[in-house]
Design a protein around this ligand. Structure first.
Ligand code: UDP
Ligand code: MG
Length: 342
């Protein structure tokens, strides 16, 4: 990617007069990298970091999200060679959002950057992120200015999702911003306090707030391996996001119900008047069927929506730990002292 494709988007607010915390000259940058079947990409990832972030203090927190391939083996070998590497080995596949949370909890840097292992989040943008951080912004998020690497269908559905999400939810999630961002320690500590099990990270990142700014970048193709997100997974992901950040789908049924009730009172008076004028008329099978089926459908739908919320409530009330780590490794040694920080 060319340096020229990096431009700063119009600021949502002017740069803060004073940063929350004084900016250290040479911050420790923690890269948080969730890995699921990334054995082929890890070496490429580290090479790219070395090429583009030479001269910076780096910590790389890799989270092995229960990969069945050689990811763990590759990571442990790497950690034995490279003191900058931390490996968090989850006990099974927990999904990207939770793997990222595990990584954030183990990162010790002054600033933290969640990144995909496949180099779709280009490390050459990080110096531009750092610059905005030095200006006083606590969150600098990457904005995909060009989604040419995504299919048409994915771009359209993603666009629709952000529009719909921001309509429904009080928490504004910038469209075309992924998880790739630089966060100050203050922000990471704030996110670590959010206890929910349902981790829609883009929403949680937005919810904590703090002075934020976007930096545009072009999202390249996956470096190697293949994407593990199917459309069904993405649909469920979108549903999780909406249900965690909006209660409108629950409340809307009050209004739908009221509307139907008002309409039926109106219709009743029409029938009443008509009967007075023209007498009783027996036919009406079709209209009864339509009304019964329509209302039955609406009732099932609203029950389904309640079910979506209830099932999440159920998951939250169990208060299980978010994840279990089988081991945390530095320098090839297991340094775990507790199993899971929660
Ligand atoms: N990932 C993960 N757990 C999963 C699925 C994915 O940790 O269950 C990681 C994956 O290794 C990668 C990142 O999440 O670092 C993004 O995944 P992918 O590239 O498959 O998604 P896409 O770029 O197609 O959205
Ligand atoms: Mg990818």
């Amino acid at each position: 990617m060319q340096q020229s494709s990096i431009q700063t988007k119009s600021l949502p607010s002017a740069a803060p007069l004073m940063a929350n915390r004084p900016r250290v000259a040479d911050p420790l940058i923690s890269l948080v990298v969730p890995c699921y079947n990334e054995a082929d990409t890890i070496a490429l990832f580290v090479a790219a970091i070395d090429a583009h972030l030479a001269g910076h203090q780096i910590e790389m927190v890799f989270v092995n999200d229960g990969s069945p391939d050689a990811t763990l083996h590759t990571l442990l070998e790497l950690s034995a060679r490279d003191p900058r590497v931390v490996v968090v080995n989850l006990s099974r596949n927990f999904g990207k959002e939770i793997a990222m949370t595990a990584g954030l909890e183990h990162a010790t840097g002054d600033v933290v950057v969640p990144m995909d292992a496949d180099l779709q989040d280009p490390p050459e943008v990080i110096p531009a992120f750092l610059e905005r951080w030095r200006d006083g912004f606590d969150v600098v998020y990457g904005l995909r200015t060009d989604r040419a690497s995504d299919t048409m269908a994915k771009r359209t559905t993603a666009g629709l999702f952000y529009r719909f999400f921001n309509r429904l939810s009080q928490t504004e999630v910038p469209a075309n911003a992924g998880d790739f961002r630089l966060m100050d320690r203050v922000v990471v500590d704030a996110i670590k306090q959010l206890p929910e099990r349902n981790r829609f990270m883009k929403g949680l990142f937005a919810w904590v707030g703090y002075p934020s700014v976007g930096v545009g970048y072009v999202r390249p193709e996956r470096a190697a391996g293949e994407s593990s997100f199917s459309y069904w997974k993405l649909w469920n992901f979108a549903l999780d996001g909406i249900v965690s950040f909006s209660t409108l789908p629950l409340r809307i049924w009050t209004y739908v119900g009221s509307l139907v009730a008002v309409m039926s009172v109106f219709y009743a008076s029409v029938i009443f008047v008509r009967t007075l004028i023209f007498g009783r008329d027996i036919p009406g099978y079709a209209s009864i069927m339509v009304a019964v089926l329509f209302l039955g459908g609406i009732q099932l739908m609203s029950l389904g929506v309640i079910g979506e919320y209830l099932s999440r409530l159920f998951v939250e009330t169990k208060r299980r730990p978010l994840y279990l780590a089988q081991g945390v490794y530095r320098n090839g040694q297991d340094v775990t002292d507790t199993i899971g920080p929660r």
